[in-house]
Design a protein around this ligand. Structure first.
Ligand code: IMP
Length: 189
């Protein structure tokens, strides 16, 4: 089975991906590197560009993932700028922005880009939910403490099992896995 690199400096992302891909017997290897990212409103646009940069340096089949939290009342902010926004204001800052806001709807989006150097494929996963009034939970990372997905009263940080089953990343990696197994059959069969 061909190994595939997952280029990310985020250990949480890698572990979440690994646990999805294990069920498909796809072996991913952690390339703990980060590349300069372009600025764009769509995670898929960022992922596509980063995959090309990653391939140029690593010269192996590689996947990258770009994700973000899109808050409806903030017109989609922080969206593809979530990593930067989290560094600057954290989840407390997000709660502050939504202090007097009744509309708490938000969506996590994950976009994976796979490239073999010739072509690049994109896979997206999404999950809707609400921004809670307070931080809750100890697990996960970044905005997990303030995001309660549809179908659960708990935040992702309170219920990692639910996150692992339903998250945006679970969905994008499942789509990738199904496609990649076919890709391998075509290219190695
Ligand atoms: P990226 O590494 O540029 O894709 O940035 C992703 C950012 O989006 C993270 O730093 C978080 O702020 C946010 N984010 C994406 N996925 C998640 C998640 O599963 N939980 C919590 N925050 C997330």
């Amino acid at each position: 089975m061909k190994r595939i690199l997952f280029a990310t400096s985020n250990e949480h992302k890698f572990r979440e991906a690994e646990s999805v891909l294990k069920a498909y017997s796809i072996k991913i290897v952690h390339a703990n590197v980060s590349f300069p990212e372009i600025r764009a409103d769509e995670c898929s646009t960022v992922a596509r560009s980063t995959a090309t940069t990653a391939f140029e340096q690593l010269r192996e089949h590689v996947i990258v993932e770009d994700s973000g939290l899109f808050v409806e009342a903030l017109n989609g902010f922080p969206g593809a700028y979530s990593a930067w926004a989290y560094k600057k204001i954290g989840s407390k800052g997000l709660l502050e922005l939504l202090k007097n806001e009744g509309n708490r709807k938000a969506e996590f989006v994950s976009a994976i880009a796979f490239t073999d150097g010739k072509k690049t494929e994109i896979f997206e996963g999404r999950i809707e939910g609400e921004i809670t009034q307070k931080e809750r939970g100890k697990n996960g990372f970044a905005f997990d403490v303030v995001f309660a997905p549809v179908g659960s009263v708990k935040t992702f940080a309170e219920d990692t099992e639910y996150k692992q089953k339903k998250s945006h990343r679970r969905k994008s990696f499942e789509k990738f896995a199904e496609w990649y197994l076919n890709y391998l059959k075509k290219h190695e069969g």
